[in-house]
Structure formats: C-alpha cells, structure tokens
Design a protein around this ligand. Structure first.
Ligand SMILES: Nc1nc2c(ncn2[C@@H]2O[C@H](COP(=O)(O)OP(=O)(O)OP(=O)(O)O)[C@@H](O)[C@H]2O)c(=O)[nH]1
Ligand SMILES: C[S@@+](CC[C@H](N)C(=O)[O-])C[C@H]1O[C@@H](n2cnc3c(N)ncnc32)[C@H](O)[C@@H]1O
Ligand code: SF4
Ligand code: SF4
Length: 342
C-alpha cells in the first residue's frame, strides 16, 4: 500500500473519511458523572479482559489500512488512554505510518506528569486535556473520585514542558459548572492555551441527560464577549468540530463545540474504533462492525479494507441533526462514550 496516494471513499451523504478515533481502553481512573457514574461503574463492573482488546500491532495494521483510505488524523482516546500500558509504544508505531499527519490524545490529564515526555519523544503532536472546573469541590464531585484541579494543571504543565500542543475541553452543564465558565476563560486566556466549551450531550444511556442541562454556545459566547471581547476566526480544516474565536488584540484562541444546538453532522468525517476492535460510524451509534474477528481469523489487508469501505459507503448517520428535529431519536439504545471515546 505504499507508493500511490490514498483512495478516497465517500459515505451516502458524500462525506469523506479523514479522522480515526481509537479507544485504547474502556477503563478510567475518574468516574465523571456524565460518562461513567460510580453507581454503574463500581468495583464489580465487568471491564474488557486483556485478550479482547486490540493489540498495538492490530491497531497499527488497521490504521495503515485507514490511512490508505484517506485518514490523516488519529485521535487516541478511551476510557483514560494513559491507563493502557506502554501507550508511547503505540504512538511510535503509528508515527511511522505513511499519510498520518496528526496524532492527538484526549486525556483527563492526571497521568501526564508521568508520560508527557515519552509521548512527545514517540511522536505525539498534541494533547487535549479535559477539565470542567477550577474549583476543587466542584471538580471533585464532577470527576467522582476526588481528584484535585492541581492534579490536572500539573498534567497540562508537563505537556507544555514536553513541547506538546495543548487544548483544554470543558463540558458545560447548567447548574453543575456554569459558574466556572468565566474563571476558566480568564485562566486559560492568561496561560495562552486554547479552551473549548462543549455542550453537554446525551451520549450513552446512563448520564441522565436533559435539554435543560445544556448551556447553548451562543449564551457562552455572549457571556465571554461582555467581559473579554472576542472575534470569529476561520476554521482550520474542513469539518472542524469547534467554532473558533480569538480574544481581540491577541493570538489566543477560544472555541465552542455546539454539538447539541448547532449540530455538525453534515461535515462529519470521523470513524471510531472501540477498544475491542469494532468500527462505529457515529458517536451515537447503536452497534459497530466487528473488525477484530476477521483480523484474527487471518483476513488480508485487502479483505479488511473492503469491509471498511463497505461500512463507510453505507454510512448515513446524522444523529445530532436528527435529535434537533425530533427528540424521539433520544429513545434509542446507544453505545456508551467511555467505550468509543467521544
Ligand atoms: N456529536 C458529536 N460530538 C463530537 C464529535 N466529535 C467530537 N465531539 C465532541 O467534541 C468534543 C471535543 O472533541 P475533540 O476530540 O477535542 O475534537 P477534535 O475535532 O478532534 O479536535 P481538533 O482536532 O483539536 O480540532 C468531544 O469530547 C465530543 O464531546 C462528533 O463527531 N459528534
Ligand atoms: C470519554 S472522554 C475519554 C478521554 C479522557 N478520559 C478524557 O476525559 O479526556 C473524551 C471526552 O468526552 C467528553 N464527554 C464525556 N461525556 C460527555 C457528554 N455527555 N457530553 C459531552 N462531552 C462528553 C469528556 O469531557 C472528554 O473531554
Ligand atoms: S470523561 Fe474521560 S475521565 Fe471522565 S469518566 Fe469518561 S473517560 Fe473517564
Ligand atoms: S452525531 Fe454522529 S454523524 Fe453527527 S457529528 Fe456526531 S458522530 Fe458525526
């Protein structure tokens, strides 16, 4: 598969495949209420056994095939991806693949002090660190395990020292952490890091989502603009999830991910690979396509590629747009976020 450029596949809504998000583990050291609430994900929860997880060799082989279909960006996620042993080794393996221009990692940040340098050395380009509050009491409740804000800030500092690109993601929930919007904006503006506000979504089936809990991005834009004037910036690439802004008179950016109020399905170029090797074509999918079994049964690259192409050709997912039009979409059974990574 070397030598010639990638093939380009389009789905039924004419969307190309550009971005692959790989969940490397379903485990996490946090218990964020909106993702893995403690009462469901308790000590006896049956997480995937090691033999069901894709190995690094299997993931790398699949990434090579995806790259031959036009994927340029890989996002490593989870669960908490830094709980997967030897993760920098996987980054190094993916880095060597032709066609992969960008490797990013989404993390809760708590283990970055331990791994940031190794990740950078292995070829990781950037990290996106999730942080929902700067207040220890609220943050402890949100993460469900009493982690302190400092634990995450130390991770961000470690990533900075290692020379990794940095973005911060904050999921905003009305009545839970909306009072943190301005303090977060002030803090990361001062630090010069890109902060992105994410509208709380109805992912999975266990997070008790209600529309009243969503703070629409336009409300946050207004709130920030009143204190710290901002102006829109053009997207970096086709299908970028965040609407970008910058603080007037500076180069510091801020972003808004309006996954609920301004769905972006029409330009969605993302495929997702779960930790056990199932391919999902939407964050809100009810089922995935098993790639691990044919892979372990010895299918060739060409056969696996055909499976992926067939799935992408059939794809017509546009859940977030459908939900905007008809909230009945909410009633269907969906895959959990920790399972395919968000
Ligand atoms: N509905 C929906 N939400 C998404 C999708 N992709 C990302 N999000 C939401 O946006 C959040 C941030 O996503 P990131 O992974 O940081 O976004 P990204 O597009 O990879 O970011 P950049 O590569 O830095 O532009 C996720 O945690 C989700 O909440 C998607 O395909 N559909
Ligand atoms: C599932 S986590 C996996 C990676 C890592 N553990 C972390 O928290 O960054 C990926 C992202 O999904 C976001 N997320 C989880 N549940 C969400 C929800 N219901 N709505 C919006 N974003 C959500 C998290 O805040 C996090 O930024
Ligand atoms: S959002 Fe990330 S850190 Fe929080 S429980 Fe889910 S996987 Fe863990
Ligand atoms: S809801 Fe599905 S199709 Fe729409 S942007 Fe998200 S992942 Fe893509």
């Amino acid at each position: 598969m070397t030598g010639k450029g990638p093939e380009h596949v389009l789905d039924r809504l004419k969307r190309p495949l550009r971005d692959l998000r790989i969940s490397v583990t379903d485990k996490c050291n946090f218990r964020c209420r909106y993702c893995m609430p403690e009462e469901i994900f308790g000590p006896d929860y049956p997480f995937l056994p090691q033999e069901k997880l894709l190995t690094f060799e299997e993931m790398t082989r699949l990434v090579r095939i995806f790259a031959s279909l036009g994927v340029k960006k890989i996002r490593i996620t989870g669960g908490e991806p830094l709980l997967r042993r030897e993760l920098p080794t996987l980054i190094g393996m993916i880095r060597k693949l032709e066609g992969i221009e960008d490797i990013a990692l989404t993390t809760n940040g708590s283990l970055l002090p331990k791994f940031a340098t190794q990740l950078k050395a292995a070829g990781l380009n950037r990290v996106t660190v999730s942080l929902d509050s700067l207040d220890d009491e609220r943050f402890g409740k949100i993460n469900g395990r009493g982690f302190k804000v400092r634990d995450v800030l130390k991770g961000i500092e470690a990533a900075e020292e290692a020379g990794l690109g940095i973005k911060i993601n904050m999921v905003v929930q009305r009545g839970v952490n909306d009072q943190d919007i301005l303090p977060m904006a002030r803090y990361f503006r001062e630090k010069g890091h890109i902060l992105r506000f994410i509208e709380f979504m109805d992912v999975g089936n266990s997070n008790g989502w209600r529309l009243e809990h969503v703070v629409p991005s336009r409300e946050i834009v207004k709130m920030i603009n009143t204190e710290m004037p901002i102006e829109p910036v053009d997207p970096n690439y086709y299908g970028e999830v965040a609407s970008r802004y910058r603080y007037k008179g500076t180069d510091t950016e801020i972003g808004f991910i309006s996954s609920v109020t301004e769905a972006f399905c029409s330009t969605c170029t993302r495929a997702r690979l779960s930790a056990e090797g199932a391919l999902y074509t939407c964050l809100f999918a009810t089922a995935g396509t098993d790639l691990r079994t044919p892979l372990r049964q010895g299918e060739t690259d060409e056969q696996l590629k055909k499976r992926i192409v067939d799935v992408w050709h059939k794809r017509k997912d546009r859940y977030s747009e459908e939900r905007l039009q008809n909230t009945n979409a909410l009633k269907r059974k969906k895959v959990e976020m920790y399972h395919i990574g968000g």
